[in-house]
Design a protein around this ligand. Structure first.
Ligand code: NAD
Ligand code: UD1
Length: 337
């Protein structure tokens, strides 16, 4: 069976993807510097899947460390999750973001090329669509970014497109995620945000468990169903399953492809809050605040390309996502240790 290197494999999306890779019969090697995750995640992956992936505590900025991973393993394909992801922070410390997300990624691609491994799945983001003119958003819509984090995603897309032009042996899938939320149904792995969360569902989870008092709703004067922002929330397990299909596709086709991973459905902030109330069984407080700078009104995916190329479609709904988020929150009050 093929061996897949998962960078950022102890992180939120990476850990769920490792579980699904192992279930699909792949050998998994995880590389992570544990900047935003814990080694205990590997035990959780084993508890769910029956296999503990081989682990390298390595930084993608460390070229020798990368070489060692490729020297010691015959890697057939790489899924590259490792990176920094906080939009606000990227505005404060852009160079740190460019160094980690661009220089680190280029190191990885160089190590892959040197080892003759030219099959890659890259974590991009719907943030590369900037302020889309219409919804649903198709992959051929124009791209632009409004913050350094988004720029690192778009630059990686450009770098990888250039690599594919320069060498037709490369196969690269650029997956543009919409808003991943939820957790594994077991409650053993999920998202553990650092500090006070910026993203909606991790914040609501803290209101639900009483560590935060109320949700601040960033604006209710958008042209949407109830005036609050609309997003395409996708269950992290669906997203992980999308990666299995993406790896299979990449191993059988050459060149670069851009693919949205979303559900195609949009939910407003208040609709998500109400779904979470159902999941946790009580009313949750909220206050309407001013709009958050940089936010857009509505964002959801056109999912046809993923269905056609990968044969993949999300199957979990917003109630499933909130139920699994709440289950994980209840079971892991101190995160994953
Ligand atoms: P995460 O922070 O949970 O996982 C990222 C992992 O990468 C962490 O375990 C961290 O320790 C590791 N890492 C960071 N820098 C590293 C380095 N230099 N060397 C080695 N390891 C390093 O984040 P996530 O939510 O699982 O996101 C995974 C990827 O998906 C990221 O690239 C992110 O930008 C992208 N993405 C995430 C979202 C989202 O909402 N979560 C949306 C779109 C795209
Ligand atoms: C944000 C990032 C985006 C990144 C994505 C996934 C910004 C501007 N965009 O997207 O680049 O790819 O996360 O990590 O930061 N909301 C509230 N109160 C809150 C939090 C959020 O009302 O406390 C609202 C927002 O205004 C938005 C929706 O909930 O309408 C979703 O917000 P969020 O979870 O932060 O995701 P995005 O803004 O879509």
């Amino acid at each position: 069976m093929s061996t897949i290197l998962v960078t950022g494999g102890t992180g939120y999306i990476g850990s769920h993807t490792c579980v699904e890779l192992i279930k699909a019969g792949y050998d998994v090697v995880v590389l992570d510097n544990l900047y935003n995750s814990s080694e205990a995640v590997l035990d959780r992956i084993e508890m769910i899947s029956g296999t503990k992936p081989k682990f390298y505590k390595t930084d993608i900025l460390d070229k020798q460390g990368l070489k060692k991973v490729f020297d010691e393993n015959k890697i057939d394909a790489v899924i590259h999750f490792a990176g920094y992801k906080a939009v606000g922070e990227s505005v404060q410390i852009p160079l740190t973001y460019y160094e980690n997300n661009i220089s680190g990624s280029v190191n990885l691609y160089e190590a892959m090329a040197a080892a003759g491994c030219k099959t890659l799945v890259f974590s991009s983001s719907a943030t590369v669509y900037g302020s889309p003119k219409s919804v649903p958003i198709r992959e051929d819509f124009p791209t632009s970014t409004t913050n350094p984090y988004g720029s690192t995603k778009l630059m990686n897309e450009h770098i990888l497109a250039d690599v594919c032009v320069s060498d037709p042996e490369w196969s690269v899938l650029l997956l543009r995620y919409f808003n991943p939320i939820g957790a594994h149904q077991s409650g053993l792995i999920g998202e553990v945000p650092n500090g006070i969360p910026n993203n909606l569902v991790p914040y609501i989870a803290r209101v639900a468990n009483g560590t935060l008092e109320y949700l601040r709703v960033w604006g209710n004067d958008y042209p949407t169903v109830d005036g609050t922002g609309v997003r395409d929330y996708i269950h992290v397990v669906d997203l992980a399953l999308g990666h299995i299909k993406a790896v299979e596709y990449a191993m059988n086709h050459k060149g670069a492809e851009y693919i949205n991973l979303g559900t195609g459905n949009g939910y407003s902030v208040l609709e998500v809050l109400h779904a979470y109330e159902k999941a946790c069984g009580r009313k949750l407080a909220y206050k309407i605040m001013d709009r958050r700078p940089g936010d857009i009104a509505t964002c959801y995916a056109d999912t046809e390309k993923a269905a056609k190329l990968l044969g993949w479609k999300a199957k979990y709904n917003i109630d499933d996502m909130c139920r699994d988020s709440w289950n994980f929150t209840l079971k892991n009050p101190d995160g994953i240790k």
